[in-house]
Design a protein around this ligand. Structure first.
Ligand SMILES: Cc1cc2nc3c(=O)[nH]c(=O)nc-3n(C[C@H](O)[C@H](O)[C@H](O)COP(=O)(O)O)c2cc1C
Length: 212
């Protein structure tokens, strides 16, 4: 295979380099993050840098770009500490992608992109009705990453909504059956197909396959 040094990569044209680096770390769990501003007007954003932080307590984080580039999700979360994360499926990929557009503050992005607000569980922030896997989060910590002015936003899981038929008997969620999409780079979306589940690895035996 060919060697690409960081000096060579840094010499590339800006968008070519961004596509290369954004793809390099692999497929990402792409979702819509919904928030509300002080007036209760909902905002949507597409987020793929979503990461599991811990299972007990259940913490999930995401990376927010510099505030000038992506101000609304972060300022709404700072204001009221609540947000929902909603998986994206092929049926509404165009509408979801449109939510990454920079609409002015105060524009209801659900109506703008053609998705439906879903209010439930006494949660003030809407879920995305079209999404088959939805969860509600409460802000725990915003950690500024000073080297590039981004933020790691960590929240605590409060509610989750999905069909029980997606659940395996051991609690594993078969997201491929919901056609939850993953993304690559900033513009490519994929559906997934399962390969294998393997037992917890231990030094003294090969991990056996797990049935879903
Ligand atoms: C596929 C895809 C993935 C994205 N992932 C992120 C992300 O992880 N973090 C981020 O800050 N913006 C991400 N964006 C850009 C945001 O969707 C965009 O800035 C959005 O409008 C959020 O801005 P707002 O919070 O001001 O509404 C992504 C866009 C696309 C199309």
């Amino acid at each position: 295979m060919k060697h690409y040094s960081i000096d060579e990569i840094q010499g590339w044209e800006r968008f070519y380099r961004a596509n290369f680096v954004n793809s390099l770390s692999g497929f990402k769990p792409v979702s819509l993050i919904s928030t509300i501003n002080k007036e209760g007007i909902p905002n949507l954003g597409v987020f793929c840098n979503i990461v599991h932080i811990g299972a007990d307590p259940a913490y999930i984080g995401f990376i927010n770009r510099p505030i000038d580039a992506a101000p609304h999700t972060l300022s709404n979360i700072r204001a009221n500490g609540l947000y929902t994360i909603n998986h994206i499926h092929p049926e509404f990929i165009a509408q979801a992608h449109q939510a990454s557009a920079k609409y002015p503050e105060g524009v209801n992005e659900f109506s703008e992109v053609g998705l439906t607000e879903d209010y439930k569980a006494d949660f003030v922030v809407p879920f995305v009705l079209e999404s088959q896997v939805q969860y509600a989060m409460e802000l725990t910590e915003i950690i500024p990453l000073v080297m590039n002015n981004t933020f790691l936003v960590v929240g605590k899981l409060l509610h989750a909504f999905l069909e029980p038929s997606m659940l395996s008997k051991d609690g594993f969620i078969k997201l491929d059956e919901a056609s939850s999409m993953v993304s690559l780079g900033m513009d490519a979306y994929y559906t997934t197909k399962p390969n294998v589940r393997l037992q917890y690895a231990k030094p003294d035996r090969p991990a056996a396959q797990i049935d879903c």
